[in-house]
Structures are given as C-alpha cells and as structure tokens.
Design a protein around this ligand. Structure first.
Ligand code: UGA
Length: 434
C-alpha cells in the first residue's frame, strides 16, 4: 500500500519506518529541509533503540523515502497519516495549528479514495472538524480516521510491531477494513484491532494515558504515606500486586512521571473536562500529586542536610525522564537540578545518552561526566534519578570509597535497603521504612 506520513517526529518516524518494514511503500514528509536531508542520509534525530538500523534498511530497499514535497507524494497515497506535534498551550489545551495547516496543504492534492488519518494526540472532536474542513476545501466528503498511538519511548519499535491493540475511529466501516489490512502483519488473536466511533478513539488515547498517570500518582502518594507510618512500599506493592484486579505493572513509586505525553495529556483532558463544565477531581489530583512528587528528592536531600546545601557537592545519576531515551522534557531531574543549584549546591552529573540535551540548558553550571562512577569523587552524596540498567548492579565498595559521606538518595528504589545498611550506607529511597 502507498502511504504518506506527515511529520517525522517521534511518532511519525516510527510509524513510517514500521509500515515500510512490513512491505508498504512509505514516504515521510516534513517541512524541515535540514531534517529531511539528514534522514535521507540515514541520520535520525532522536535516540530510539533499533530505529536507526530499521530506517537505513528500508531506505536502502527504497520502501522508505523522505521529502519536503506534498505535491510529489499525496496524489498517489492511499493512507495519509498526520503525525505532527500538538503542543500544550498556556491554558493546558492542545495547540492544533499544525494539524489545520497540514489539512490545507493536503486538500488540493488528495486522491478520490484516500483516507486521512490523525495519529497525533488530539482532543475529542478534532477528527470531525478535520472532516468538515476537508469537505469545505475539496467540495466532497473525504474519509477521515483517528488512529491513536500507544508507543513508549525506548520501546517504540516493539510497541508498534507487537501492539497490545490497535484502535481506530472511523466515520464509516469500510475505512476500518483498509486500516485493518494495513495493520494485519502486526496483530495476533489476543491483540485485536478495535474499530469504533471517531470520538471514542480520540478519547481512548487520553483515558489510557491518564489512567497510567493516575496509577503512578496513586502509588507515589501511598509511598509517601508508607514512609510516615513506618511501612515499606516495596512490601505493600507485593502485597497488592498478587490481586489480579490490581496487578504489578506501572505501580513503581518514584520521582513523578515526566516526558512529553503524560503531563501534556493530563492537562489537555482537564482542559476538555472544564470546557464541558466539569471539574475533573481525580485528574486535578493526579497532576498536583505529580508536581509535588518531582520535589520529593530535593526535600529529602535538604532535610538530611538540615537545610544547609550551600557549597555541598552532589553526584547525580540519570537525567532523562526515563531510561533508554535522551528525552528530558518534563524530566524530574530538571526540577531537582534547579532546586539544588538554587540552594547553592555543586552538581556532578551523568546520563548515558541525555547529557547533551541537559548541557544545552545548563551549560557550565553543571560538571558533566561520561562515566557514572566519575561523578562520585568527593561528593557529599549520590542522588539517583533515572533507573538506567547500568546503575542497577553497582560496585558499592567503590561508591563507599569515593563518596565523602556514605549517603545515597535513590529516587527509583534500585537497591535492597537492608543490604545497603549492612554496607554502611544511609540509604534513602521512596516510600521505605527507615
Ligand atoms: C507513554 C505511554 O506509556 C504510551 O503508551 C503512550 O503512547 C505515550 O506515553 C504517548 O502518549 O505517546 P512514555 O511517555 O514514552 O509513554 O513513557 P512511559 O514509559 O509510559 O513512562 C512515563 C513516565 O512514568 C516516566 O517518567 C516513568 O519514569 C514514569 N513511571 C512509569 C513511573 O514513575 N512508575 C511506573 O511504574 C511507570
């Protein structure tokens, strides 16, 4: 099938590449000439395991092309995926300017039987508005579909190739048949293709992300309570997780959720609810708890050193909002760094891939180290923010030897508290009994 994907950001690039991998003829369009040139040369602008090789393989096989030209691509395309950004506006709602601009560029070029599919996360009602706009611009009914994505950064290729489910919102059933065909190579019996109304598909995306964000804020609040009552959230997690209605996944306490999706989507759904005269109490709380949770590590450090952080040095491991990505958008590490710098501390930082992005913000305010152990020399404490795998099996004797004080603040509960105490550390995690 001939496919066009508009927008070569995270979602567009993964979508286009995976459709090419399953044998389709895919052209990715982006207005950024420089980016397109780089992509043509096999250079990808983001860090995503496995993506670069897949882009190169499919570009070489000429199943995957990159261009800035709508004119050369759209008239031949059966399915046109829109995957442009929908950033958050100041009032929390989603900015849809890029979607409408794309629609205007597409309209005069669309083939009679083409389908325009929105992959970007858009508020309920956007697909209907797109259908109306395209009808106005072309003078005929254009098929439109909503096809939200459920990709996790760092695992996007796997998530696309083995989706738990594919959700498609359509205005008439025949559109779903074409999309079902396209997704067949990725589906399995227990991982279905779900066709529904446009509005339900749009809402599904927000409800999924907000449910996941709710789980995180809930477990974080319970972790904070565990600390106060002398319980251990790790034990409690085990205690509740065996109840199959609750389960174990996505209930790890930490330093709050970050990234480009959860914070933005929770705010956007709050904004949708308010615009329908509804005060979404749970979503408001999820957002508030998360904002507070991003400050928890600083509060623990500040409390431990009795509010005197002036001139103290801290080693920080992990800056990305989660492992396997260089993405630092809304990363809890940035909140911690801001607070520690403001309190007069000096920071020695390491992240396996996100360091350049952090350098762009903080420049020489921080000291950057290519190896995590090199941050430790003379530091007053180690603070772990992101649970990169390479931090999991640490050489504790070496850490003890290098730190000025044997103190670890662990925002991800990577280590066994009892073992750490035996080794001689003051080990301060999230939700642990002291
Ligand atoms: C999230 C969703 O998981 C995807 O399904 C969705 O497609 C994507 O948003 C999107 O809307 O595009 P992502 O933002 O890449 O994906 O990251 P997650 O792996 O979901 O993690 C989000 C945040 O939650 C991270 O900061 C992570 O540290 C935190 N988290 C996650 C916890 O604090 N505890 C957990 O148990 C799990």
């Amino acid at each position: 099938m001939k496919i066009a994907v508009i927008g070569t950001g995270y979602v567009g690039l993964v979508t286009g590449t995976c459709f090419a991998e399953s044998g389709n003829q895919v052209t990715c369009i982006d207005i950024d000439e420089h980016k397109v040139q780089k992509l043509k040369a096999g250079e990808i602008p983001i860090f995503e395991p496995g993506l670069e090789e897949m882009v190169k393989r499919n570009t070489k096989a000429r199943r995957l092309l990159f261009t800035t030209s709508y004119d050369e691509t759209i008239p031949d395309a059966k399915c046109i995926f829109i995957a442009v950004g929908t950033p958050q506006k100041e009032d929390g709602s989603a900015n849809l300017d890029s979607i409408w601009k794309v629609a205007e560029s597409l309209a005069p070029l669309l083939a009679e039987d083409s389908i325009v599919i929105i992959k970007s996360t858009v508020p309920v009602g956007t697909n209907r508005k797109l259908a109306e706009l395209l009808q106005k611009l072309t003078g005929r009914i254009v098929d439109v579909a909503s096809n939200p994505e459920f990709l996790k950064e760092g695992a996007a290729i796997d998530d696309f190739s083995k989706p738990d489910r594919v959700v498609v919102g359509v205005s008439r059933p025949e559109i779903a048949d074409t999309l079902h065909e396209l997704y067949k190579p990725f589906l399995r019996t227990e991982h279905p293709f779900l066709s529904m109304e446009l509005e339900s598909a749009e809402m599904t995306k927000y409800v999924a992300n907000c449910m996941l964000a709710t789980k995180i804020s809930f477990i974080n609040e319970m972790a904070n309570l565990c600390e106060r009552v002398g319980a251990d959230i790790n034990q409690v997690r085990r205690g509740i997780g065996h109840d199959q209605r609750i389960g174990f996944s996505f209930l790890f306490p930490g330093v709050g959720y970050g990234g480009s999706c959860f914070p933005k989507d929770v705010s956007a759904l709050i904004s949708v609810a308010k615009s329908h005269q509804m005060e979404p109490s749970i979503l408001n709380a999820v957002d508030q708890v998360n904002t507070a949770q991003k400050r928890v590590l600083f509060e623990k450090v500040n409390h431990y050193f009795k509010g005197d952080l002036q001139g103290k040095t801290f080693a920080i491991w992990g800056l990305a909002f989660k492992p396997k990505t260089d993405d630092i958008r809304e990363a809890p590490a940035l909140v911690l760094i801001d607070q520690l710098l403001q309190a007069g501390a000096q920071l020695k930082v390491h992240d396996p891939v996100a360091m350049n992005n952090v350098k762009d913000i903080y420049g020489d305010q921080l000291a950057y180290f290519d190896h995590h152990y090199d941050t430790l020399q003379g530091a007053d404490a180690l603070v772990i923010v992101t649970e990169w795998n390479e931090f999991r099996h640490a050489d504790f004797d070496y850490i003890l030897h290098k730190l000025s004080n044997p103190i670890i603040f662990d925002g991800r509960n990577l280590y066994e508290p009892d073992k750490m105490k035996q080794k001689g550390f003051d080990y301060i995690g999230i939700g642990l009994s002291s």
